[in-house]
Design a protein around this ligand. Sequence first.
Ligand code: SPD
Length: 360
Amino acid sequence: MMRKFISALISLYLTSAVAAQERVVNVYNWSDYIDPKVLTDFTKETGVKVVYDTYDSNETLETKLLAGKTGYDVVVPSAPFMQRQIQAGVYQKLDRAKLPNARGLSDEVMARMAAYDPGNQYAVNYMWYATGIAFNAKKAQQVFGRPIDSWEVIFKPENLKRFAECGVYVLDSPDDVLSASLRYLGLNPDSKKADEIRRAADALIKVKSSIKKFHSSEYINALANGDICLALAWAGDSFQARNRAREANNGVEIDFIIPREGALMSMDALAILKDAPHVEEAYAFIDYMMRPEVAAQNTNVTNYANSIPASQPFIDKTVLENKAIYPTEEVMKRLFTVSSNDLAVQKIITREWTRVKTGK
Ligand code: SPD
């Protein structure tokens, strides 16, 4: 009896010792938004296992966060959503002493992020980029025959119709798409006015019959395989499509442009949830992402610009010199940002977006 009791005690001790030793960080990030090798390298160096899940919309992330405990430690919201989530008390304030590499973030991006997170108290920038138009260069030449340089390609029904047969995808992301539509209409892309948001949705409804699908991640492979020829898309994903096609050597050449009228510039942030179960590991993970070589590795694979200037010597020349990823000063002036929506405006946007997608 005594022997059984002692062996149960020993096994209980061993189990809890193993559990105490296993360090974990639960990360919820956008799909196609990291070099997978960075995760394995991080575990090799720190002994911290990364449990990694992905999403492809801010709405999916927000629904989870507002529903209660998620078990995640680190999440990656876009700045306007992050602002609202900070106000909802979802994140914990960062202890900057635990993020020494975050000192390398550019002052300019810190200042831009502070518009959403005053004093940069809750988050650090991960990547930033423009929303524009991705296209299959050969197909576009065949069906359109003119340079693609304007939102008119998407929002003029007679233009988009030309691409309908070879396939058009549009991001399932109201912030990205309605702001582009507002800009095309010559309205404030950050408009919070119900009648203007409705006009932006109407412009999209007029071209809807030429759109095959609203989706925010499938378009990478669809472009790369030649299944579609045009997408309202994020820059980094579009160049990932280009690289996948080149690797497949399938003759598909993907290009991406920032329309001349201007485009949305988005910033995505790394933040730690208030109820994160593994806070120390979350800091270790975020700090690792801010290391110049690591930030460069992520930029090289995802084709999204990071905001650590010291990473630039490690970034491939083709990526660093790609003006759609790291735009010139002149193009930067044409990029606009959107602010957070209060609940009333968010309700209007959600209703209009549902009308665009379902017709109801
Ligand atoms: N595949 C990674 C995509 C990252 C997109 N972030 C959301 C942008 C919202 N404007």
